[in-house]
Design a protein around this ligand. Sequence first.
Ligand SMILES: Cc1ncc(COP(=O)(O)O)c(C=O)c1O
Length: 387
Amino acid sequence: MSISNQQSRISNPMTTFVQNPNLLKVPLYVAGKSVEEVQEEYGLADVVKMASNENALGPSPMAMAAAQKWLAESHRYPGIAERDLRRAIGPRIHPSLNERNVLIGNGATDVIRMIAQSFVFNGGETVTCKVAFPMYHLFTTMFGGKPVLVPPTPDLRFDLPAIAAAITPDTRLVFLCAPNNPTGLIFSRAEVDDFMSRVPEHVAVVFDEAYFDFVDEEADYGVGTEYVVAGRNAIVVRSFSKSAGLANMRVGYAAAKTELIEYLHHAQLPFNSGAVALAAARASLDDADYARRSKQLAREERKYMYAALDALYVSYVRSQANFVLLTDLPMPAAALAESLIRHGGVVVRPMAAWGMPNAVRMTLGTHAENERFVATLKVVLEDARKN
Ligand SMILES: Cc1ncc(COP(=O)(O)O)c(C=O)c1O
């Protein structure tokens, strides 16, 4: 997902309709280009998209079979599928949680929208890191709030003490993201504990864990679940778009204490996810083989990518997700991204809009796709270093 740098413009300033000034402050959303768009624009037959942190394995076979079955019910509004999914998710997160602790969204983006809309009203502030998923501050602006963006530490981590210090009586939400997009970095348990001990009760803390499943088992990973279970104002957000390979289905969820979930329901649109998508998500929870392969691919390919980048003298952030952030590149990110398409049909995400003009984020693909990325990068960098 990418956000245009430009402020939205109204083509006719003499419009007769009344406009929402908060909406006009939100840059127009520009989605990452699809394979088909890049093929058309560059006249290329063979394109590999490594720009949106999708799953290189394709969807889980069990998810596809379930979706197929529900197509025959397309004439009906989604019925029991949502409850089935909530029932399945609750205890999988923690034995003490149930369907009343889960809220389903049309992707995690929609869940973040519901949270922002529920907490940002009559102004109010939200605090997050400047280098993070942009929807936190965009939704805050859209709903008339003030986003407070705290710079990251020099090694691109969330500066949790600075975020705690930025909380004011007007703060409604703090957005944490681990693994963070675009860095792939996580927090340790001690870091999160220390942070949570400083957060006043009136502030709800969102733990965006869209890439949760990719984290190494051995990693010291501070997650939101324990604060949910402890009854804090904590909301865990997860997605079926990444490790479950269902980005096109648009299903995500929030897990929190019942009173918070009941409150967030006020911002939920009726029938916000279709039964085809909900059933696919539900089936993916039982596809242990797919889940294992998905985790394994990310973990093995991270190692491959680090070794390949070391050999090319490219610096990067060690990631706990299915993508890697390449930093300090010897050319502007947009030019590099363009050259990668032209030389190898490889699409990555330039990071200038995140304040990192010389960084790109690449989504790990299959091994063959990653080899292709490395070979193309090598050619592009050799060219750049010669000139
Ligand atoms: C950190 C993070 N959170 C949430 C999302 C939204 O995911 P979706 O709306 O596809 O569930 C993304 C997508 O890229 C993400 O990177």
